[in-house]
Write a protein that binds this ligand. Sequence first.
Ligand SMILES: CC(C)(COP(=O)(O)OP(=O)(O)OC[C@H]1O[C@@H](n2cnc3c(N)ncnc32)[C@H](O)[C@@H]1OP(=O)(O)O)[C@@H](O)C(=O)NCCC(=O)NCCS
Length: 175
Amino acid sequence: MSEPFEIVSLATPVADAALAELADVLIDCVAGGASVNFMSSFSQNEARIFFNKVADGVASGDIVLLAARLGDRIVGTVQLGLDTPPNQRHRADVKKMLVHRSARGRGIGAVLMAAIEEEARRCGRWLLVLDTVPGESGHRLYLRAGWQQSGTVPDYALFPDGGLCDTAIMWKRLK
Ligand SMILES: CC(C)(COP(=O)(O)OP(=O)(O)OC[C@H]1O[C@@H](n2cnc3c(N)ncnc32)[C@H](O)[C@@H]1OP(=O)(O)O)[C@@H](O)C(=O)NCCC(=O)NCCS
């Protein structure tokens, strides 16, 4: 049986050690070819800068940050972006769903998604939106979790190695 994992909400102030582990997860995902905003030249320092900004968002209440712990290490994460305009306070963005390659295929992504949806409900947000590369592992995960696809935008972004990828716009209504 595989080692159990737990999902935790990282409250402010997010510890330096946690930020370093989150940065490691992001670096690993980019190294694995995931199109998650960064190119393959991405450094540990840039990953830390990214998560420092996320920690600022947690402090301001604009972001809910979840982490999956396996043993004594963070191996996965997902964010809920609450910083929506005044006419979209019922909505939130699911962002940066990431699981370290060493921990994939045991349901961590699925449980992170269920947990972030629960956070959205807790915050009174009942419409969720995200975008993802069609046909990739994230896209399959979201379809399994009951997300709908509105369509695709061709050539929306780059993979870390520079190749173009499409994006699928997805949404889920929680009520
Ligand atoms: C997308 C991502 C977060 C999924 O994380 P994960 O923890 O591996 O997700 P799950 O374990 O829930 O599901 C992954 C696969 O394992 C399978 N699985 C889940 N639990 C399992 C279990 N107990 N035993 C065997 N297989 C299992 C799922 O069916 C799924 O299969 P598929 O890849 O054929 O669709 C991960 O692949 C990732 O970080 N990718 C790179 C970053 C990225 O692209 N993120 C999305 C950005 S929008």
